[in-house]
Design a protein around this ligand. Structure first.
Ligand SMILES: Nc1ncnc2c1ncn2[C@@H]1O[C@H](COP(=O)(O)OP(=O)(O)OP(=O)(O)O)[C@@H](O)[C@H]1O
Length: 630
C-alpha cells in the first residue's frame, strides 16, 4: 500500500499546456469566472450523482443532501470549492484533468494568433472549464473520491499548471471532490468571503443546488454553513419574476459563454406533452459550430433532475447553435439515449422547440432587422442546412434565409425571399438565382447579362452549402426556383411576342454555324445553341436541366467522390462582333482554334478553372501572335 501511495508525475497533453498558457495570459481581465466554472462543475457532479442514484440508491449512502461549499482561508492563501457529488475515479481524473477530450481541439489551437484580445474571445468560445482555476491559482489540488469507492481509494491530483501534474492515492472521509486553489499574489482579492459571495450570487443563484459558505458569528468565527444562493432552478420560476439580468447570467453559466445571449425564450408547454423549455440564441458562434457531430446545446431534465447534456434528439442539427434546457414532466427518470431516440414525447418536444426557435427568429427578423442580420451573419450558414433536414418546416426556414442579390450592390446576404417576391413584376414566374465560387464570380457571370438588361433580380449565392440548399428548395410561396445557368432559359411572360419571334429567327439563321461549332468542338460539349442570356459576352456554358450543376460537381469532388464529367451546353451570342468574325472565317482550322478559345473562356467564367490551362495559354498566345503580326 505504501508504494501505491507514492506520487507519480504525468505530463499534460500538449493542448492542455497551450490552453493553460493562453488562459493565464488572455483572461487576466476576467478572472472571476474561475468560480463560476468550478461551482458549475460541482453542481454538474451533484446532478450526475442524483441521476445515477435513481438506479442505485446506495450511492447516496448516508449523505443524501447534496451541496457545493465555497470557503477561503486568508492565512493559508487558499480557496476551496467542495462538493459531495459523483467524484472521480483515478482513470477519470487522468483523462478529465490531464487532457482535453474535445474533438477538433488541435484545429482550434491552430487558429490562435497571439493577439491577446482576439485569443481571449476565442478562448471564451472554447469554454475554459476546470483549467480556469489557474487564472487565479499558482497551484491547484483536487482531492476526489468517486461515489461507491472506498475511503482509501480516493485520488489527489495536484499541479502548478506548468506542464505536469502529480497523482497519488489518498484517504478521503467523504464522497465527492475538493478543489483547493493556492491563490496568486495578484488575485488576493478573491480570498475575501464577501467578494466570493457576490460572485456566487451573481452566477450561481439559480443553480439547482445549495451553494454554501461558512456561517460567521458576530466575532467573525465560522459556525457551520449557510446557503448563499436561492437554490431554485431558474426555469421553474414564473417568467414574470425573472429579470433579464438573471436570464443572462444563467445563460453564461450553462453555456460557458462570456457574452450575453442574443435572445431567449422561456416556455411552459402544456397539452399532449408537458415540459418547460428555456432556449437561448448566442451572440457568437462557438468554436466548433461547423462540426456537425459536436452538439452540446440542450440539456435534458426530467422533473428538475438533470438527465443528460447534448440531448441531440431535442433539437435538429441545423439549430445546433441553440443553447439551453428542456425539463419534461412526462419522460421517465430512467430515460436513456436509446429511449429518447424513438419516443412520442421526445418527438413532440423536438417539434415544439423547433417551432419555438423558428418563430423566435421570425419575430426578431420582423422587429429588429439589424439584430437579425447580425444573427444571420453568424449562424446563417448553419440554418441553410434546414430545408434539406426539415422538410416540414421548409417554408418557414426559407423565409429566414438571406441572400446577396443583384438588387443590392454588396456581398452582404441581406435580401429575404419575401423582399424578392415583393419586388418582382407580376408576370415573373420564377425566383432566379446563381451559385458560384465567390460573390464576385456570381455577380460577374455572363449568364446574368439578360437579367440585368431586363431589370430582373437574381439572387447571388456563393457559399459551399448553397448548391446543396438550392437542390432541396424547389418552391417558395408557389414560385419555383430557377438557376440562371441551368437548362434552357425561358423567361416566360417576361418576354414579349416580338422578341420571341426574333429569337426563333436568330436560331434558324445560326443553325449552320451551330453545326460548325459542334463539329469543331466534338465531344467537349453536349450541344451548341444560340443564347438568350447574353447581351455583351460572346459565349457561355450552361448545364442541362437534368445534369449535375457545376457547383454540385465541385462539392462532390471536394468530398472525394467520383463525379461523372458534366458535358456543358455551349451557348453562343450571334450578335457579338467576335462571334460574327469567327463565323466569317473560311479556314476550318482557324475557325476551330477560335471556337476552342471561346469555349475555354466561357468555361473559365463559369467554373473558375480549366482542365488543361496550359493548352489554353498556348492557344491564346498563338492567336495573339497572329493578330499582332497582321
Ligand atoms: N467537481 C467535480 N466533480 C466531478 N467531476 C468533475 C468535477 N470537476 C470536473 N470534473 C470532471 O472533469 C471534466 C472536465 O471538466 P471541465 O470543466 O474542464 O470541462 P467540462 O465541464 O466537461 O466542459 P466545459 O466546462 O467546457 O463545458 C468534467 O466533464 C467532469 O467529468
Amino acid at each position: 500500500m505504501a508504494e501505491a501511495r507514492q506520487s507519480e508525475t504525468h505530463g499534460f497533453q500538449t493542448e492542455v499546456k497551450q490552453l493553460l498558457h493562453l488562459m493565464i495570459h488572455s483572461l487576466y481581465s476576467n478572472k472571476e469566472i474561475f468560480l463560476r466554472e468550478l461551482v458549475s462543475n460541482a453542481s454538474d457532479a451533484a446532478d450526475k450523482l442524483r441521476f445515477q442514484a435513481l438506479s442505485d440508491g446506495s450511492l447516496l449512502a448516508d449523505d443524501a443532501e447534496l451541496y457545493v461549499r465555497v470557503s477561503a482561508d486568508k492565512e493559508a492563501g487558499t480557496i476551496t470549492i467542495s462538493d459531495n457529488g459523483i467524484g472521480m475515479t483515478r482513470d477519470e481524473v487522468m483523462s478529465n484533468l490531464g487532457t482535453i477530450a474535445k474533438s477538433g481541439t488541435a484545429d482550434f489551437f491552430s487558429k490562435l494568433s497571439g493577439d491577446q484580445a482576439r485569443d481571449s474571445r476565442l478562448i471564451g468560445q472554447f469554454g475554459v472549464g476546470f483549467y480556469s482555476a489557474f487564472i487565479v491559482a499558482e497551484s491547484v489540488t483536487v482531492r476526489t473520491r468517486a461515489a461507491g469507492a472506498a475511503a482509501d481509494e480516493a485520488i489527489e491530483w495536484s499541479s502548478r499548471g506548468e506542464g505536469e501534474f502529480d497523482l497519488r492515492q489518498i484517504d478521503k472521509a467523504k464522497r465527492g471532490t475538493d478543489v483547493i486553489l493556492q491563490v496568486r499574489d495578484d488575485a488576493e482579492e478573491y480570498l475575501d468571503e464577501w467578494r466570493l459571495k457576490s460572485i456566487v450570487t451573481k452566477y450561481s443563484d439559480h443553480l439547482n443546488i445549495p451553494v454554501q459558505m461558512p456561517k460567521r458569528d458576530d466575532d467573525g468565527k465560522a459556525d457551520g454553513w449557510e446557503a448563499v444562493n436561492s437554490g431554485q432552478a431558474l426555469w421553474t420560476r414564473e417568467k414574470s419574476e425573472i429579470s433579464d439580468e438573471e436570464y443572462k447570467e444563467f445563460y453564461k453559466t450553462i453555456a460557458h459563454d462570456f457574452e450575453d445571449p442574443l435572445l431567449w425564450s422561456h416556455n411552459k408547454v402544456e397539452g399532449t406533452s408537458e415540459y418547460t423549455s428555456l432556449l437561448y440564441i448566442p451572440k457568437r458562434a462557438p468554436w466548433d459550430l461547423w462540426n456537425r457531430e459536436q452538439q452540446n446545446g440542450i440539456k435534458l431534465y426530467v422533473k428538475r433532475v438533470f438527465i443528460m447534456d447534448d440531448a441531440t434528439q431535442l433539437m435538429p442539427t441545423y439549430l445546433r447553435f441553440v443553447r439551453g434546457l428542456m425539463d419534461s414532466s412526462d419522460l421517465p427518470l430512467n430515460v436513456s439515449r436509446e429511449i429518447l431516440q424513438d419516443n412520442k414525447i421526445t418527438r413532440s418536444m423536438r417539434n415544439g422547440s423547433t417551432k419555438k426557435v423558428l418563430s423566435m427568429l421570425s419575430k426578431l427578423a420582423k422587429d429588429e432587422p439589424e439584430t437579425y442580420q447580425q444573427f444571420w451573419n453568424t449562424f446563417g450558414t448553419v440554418l441553410k442546412e434546414g430545408p434539406a433536414e426539415d422538410q416540414a418546416n421548409q417554408e418557414k426556414i426559407a423565409s429566414l434565409l438571406r441572400f446577396a442579390s443583384t438588387h443590392m450592390d454588396t456581398s452582404e446576404a441581406s435580401t429575404s425571399l419575401d423582399e424578392y417576391l415583393e419586388r418582382m413584376p407580376e408576370q415573373q414566374q420564377s425566383i432566379y438565382y446563381i451559385v458560384a465560387d465567390s460573390y464576385e464570380a456570381a455577380r460577374d457571370n455572363p449568364a446574368l447579362e439578360i437579367f440585368r438588361k431586363k431589370g430582373i433580380e437574381v439572387l447571388l449565392l456563393s457559399e459551399r452549402i448553397d448548391e446543396w440548399l438550392m437542390s432541396h428548395l424547389s418552391t417558395y410561396k408557389e414560385k419555383a426556383f430557377q438557376s440562371v445557368t441551368r437548362g434552357d432559359l425561358d423567361l416566360g411572360e417576361l418576354e414579349d411576342e416580338d422578341s420571341k419571334q426574333q429569337q426563333e429567327a436568330a436560331e434558324k439563321a445560326f443553325e449552320d454555324s451551330a453545326k460548325r461549332f459542334e463539329k469543331a468542338l466534338g465531344d467537349k460539349v453536349k450541344s451548341v445553341r444560340v443564347t438568350h442570356r447574353l447581351t455583351s459576352s460572346p459565349a457561355c456554358i450552361v448545364t442541362d436541366e437534368n445534369d449535375m450543376s457545376t457547383q454540385m460537381a465541385k462539392l462532390m469532388e471536394a468530398a472525394g467522390q467520383k463525379v461523372p464529367e458534366t458535358k456543358y451546353i455551349f451557348e453562343v451570342n450571334p450578335e457579338h462582333t467576335l462571334v460574327q468574325r469567327v463565323v466569317a472565317l473560311d479556314d476550318e482550322q482557324r475557325f476551330s482554334e477560335w471556337a476552342q478559345l471561346l469555349l475555354d473562356q466561357a468555361t473559365l467564367a463559369e467554373r473558375g478553372n480549366l482542365k488543361d490551362p496550359a493548352q489554353f495559354v498556348t492557344r491564346l498566345n498563338r492567336l495573339m501572335l497572329e493578330l499582332t503580326d497582321a
